[in-house]
Design a protein around this ligand. Structure first.
Ligand code: ADE
Ligand code: ZN
Length: 335
């Protein structure tokens, strides 16, 4: 069996996926029409042509504008279910997905419309596709601490639906320390904690995410590789890193996939997982991330299997559930 065919059939979890970043141009047009929202493009091809970014902020500007077509509960359900259908085709068996409530509440869309729509899509994914999932409320770090606290307050009626909180958006200039108290409050509420760190920001931000936010999982973490002691610490603490190769390429975090740090991360014993981040914008869902990275850096079948194992072990499922899912990976690898 070719490595590509092996990747296609490998059971895996996706742990770093922004649901708003799975909005394909076709669905963007459909929702724009359904809701009577104007978009600054006249064709699906024109939208795709605009997806040429030189850094994170370039992308974020377009990504937040794209989200304007999402207005109703049904829009969020359709968005979520479209992602799960596509993920299921990649043999994603479990996904822990981020959503950015502030992107919607700041436009006047009630928190409950967003949350209930996404939850309906997740319920359908479990019933119709057998894909399980968890929802992670992500704070926009370019906004204030007070706004993050207000968002956490809005989330209260839905808390039992969330597995954790995250921290995303423009990294440089918005260090984790800004959200130390919000993350402490989220932990008190029983939520798991993730943060984007070391995507564009320096290793000092990764240290802050560990020391001040006390994260359970790290999103990206690429720039940790610049700090030897930090790498040793991440290995010792068995921290899961949700790495996103095609995102890194499209946002110029790496110049070429051949330069991607994943092989070195694996060699050093870091708990790496592969994920798609914002697949509608970066040109590939999770299997495409595995395939293109494998082709560029020459991953072995064992390395690919290890990252699928890591994806379940690094999830926020129960220990029993994780063990059952890892056993499915082992059975596939042995078959
Ligand atoms: N890769 C990324 N980094 C920071 N914020 C994001 N929001 C969506 N994708 C993101
Ligand atoms: Zn991300």
């Amino acid at each position: 069996m070719s490595l590509d065919a092996y990747i296609a059939g490998l059971p895996k979890a996706e742990l770093h996926l922004h649901i708003e970043g799975s909005l394909e141009p076709e669905l963007m047009f459909e929702l724009a029409q359904r809701n009577g929202v104007a978009i600054p493009f006249d064709s699906v091809e024109a939208v795709r042509a605009a997806y040429d970014f030189s850094n994170l902020q370039d992308f974020l500007d377009i990504y937040y504008a794209g989200a304007n077509v999402l207005l109703t509960r049904r829009d969020f359900e359709d968005l979520a279910f479209a992602y799960f259908r596509r993920a299921a085709a990649d043999n994603v068996r479990h996904a822990e997905i981020f959503f950015d409530p502030q992107t919607h509440t700041d436009r006047g869309v009630p928190f409950g419309v967003v949350a209930e729509g996404l939850i309906a899509g997740m319920d359908r994914a479990k019933a119709e596709l057998g894909v399980t999932s968890g929802l992670i409320l992500s704070f926009l770090r370019h906004l204030s601490e007070a706004e993050a606290f207000a968002t956490l307050e809005m989330a209260r009626p839905y808390l039992h639906h969330f597995v954790g909180v995250g921290l995303d958006s423009s990294e440089v200039g918005h260090p984790p320390s800004k959200f130390q108290r919000v993350f402490a409050a989220a932990r008190e509420l029983g939520l798991k904690l993730c943060a984007h760190a070391g995507e564009e920001g320096p290793p000092a931000y990764v240290h802050e995410a560990l020391d001040l936010l006390h994260i359970d999982r790290m999103d990206h973490g690429n720039r940790s590789m610049e700090d030897e002691a930090l790498v040793e610490r991440l290995v010792a603490e068995q921290m899961t890193l949700t790495v996103c190769p095609l995102s890194n390429l499209k946002l110029c975090v790496v110049k070429d996939l051949k330069d991607h740090p994943v092989p070195e991360m694996l060699r050093r014993g870091l708990h790496v997982t592969l994920n798609s981040d914002d697949p509608a914008y970066f040109g590939g869902y999770v299997n495409e991330n595995y395939r293109q990275l494998a082709a560029a850096v020459g991953l072995t079948r064992e390395q690919v299997t290890q990252m699928a194992r890591n994806s379940f072990e690094g999830s926020f499922m129960s220990e029993a559930e994780k063990a059952a899912r890892v056993a499915e990976v082992e059975a596939y690898a042995a078959s």
